[in-house]
Design a binder for this molecule. Structure first.
Ligand code: FPP
Length: 251
């Protein structure tokens, strides 16, 4: 196991779970088989993150852009999501995991939405770890929705335009209710953010791995966290060593 310093864990870890389709294709199977295998990885990684003591885990489970996939693939993903929500009830409750969801949730089918709402309500008081599922989610869409809500408050005279600052936007963007992202992991070999958590990941450390999501396991998570702990997070400032400036950063 890579050395993980439990005293310096990232508080908020977010994951782009990519590579399900390629995993299935490599075995001559249909894409939905890869998604099913991917849902086993979700169980594994949620459990591992909870055991480590991560405060918040956000998973990109279905993007706004995923609605453009073939109808049978969307249906398979929605069924997997429902199965997950049904089967993980005890796991969430027994481990003090609070479930929440971000994204344009009214677009989800009612049979998913109803179980989702149930789990969210049942786990609302849990304090162990917050698991956020990004569903029908897009980072730009989330910022657009926040801008609309703020504009409505300005129109009714409740808010001055000049009062809009980062703090107010933080409060208007649901994905950062659990804090800004510290570590953003993407599996599957691509190196892009793909419209995930744009606001909250502004200063996230990025970790890309070739591993396809269905193969991503506890060891891979520890590896990503160990790599994060090697990074020097400066947030656009300068590194200080006993009060002396040693590096300027061009962020
Ligand atoms: C990307 O793989 C993954 C998705 C579009 C959805 C992620 C869904 C799951 C992991 C399973 C269900 C989720 C939960 C929470 C139970 P891809 O199909 O884009 O892979 P590819 O790049 O290889 O085609």
């Amino acid at each position: 196991m890579p050395l993980v310093d439990l005293q310096r864990l990232p508080k908020h870890v977010a994951i782009i779970m990519d590579g399900n389709g390629r995993w299935a294709q490599a075995q001559g199977r249909v894409r939905s088989v890869g998604h099913r295998e991917g849902s086993h990885s979700v169980r594994r990684i949620v459990r591992a993150a909870r055991r480590l003591g991560i405060d918040a885990l956000t998973l990109f489970a279905f993007s706004e852009q995923n609605w453009f996939r073939p109808a049978h693939e969307i249906a398979a993903l929605m069924e997997l999501l429902r199965d997950y929500l049904l089967s993980e009830r005890e796991e969430l409750l027994d481990n003090g995991i609070r479930l929440r969801a971000v994204g344009r949730l009214p677009k989800l089918p009612d049979r998913v939405r109803s179980v989702l709402d149930e789990r969210i309500a049942e786990t609302a008081a849990n304090r162990g770890m917050t698991l956020t599922l990004a569903l029908s989610y897009g980072g730009r869409e989330e910022i657009v929705d926040a801008a609309r809500r703020l504009a409505a408050r300005v129109r009714c005279g409740e808010l001055e335009p000049d009062a809009i600052d980062e703090e107010l936007l933080d409060a208007a963007i649901p994905s950062v209710d659990v804090g800004r992202v510290d570590l953003l992991i993407r599996t599957g070999g691509e190196q892009r953010i793909s419209n995930f958590l744009l606001w909250g990941a502004a200063y996230a450390e990025l970790y890309f791995t070739e591993r396809l999501w269905p193969d991503f396991d506890e060891e891979d998570l520890y590896q990503a966290i160990a790599a994060y702990q090697q990074r020097d997070r400066r947030f656009g400032r300068v590194a200080l060593v006993t009060g002396t400036e040693v590096a300027k950063v061009g962020e």
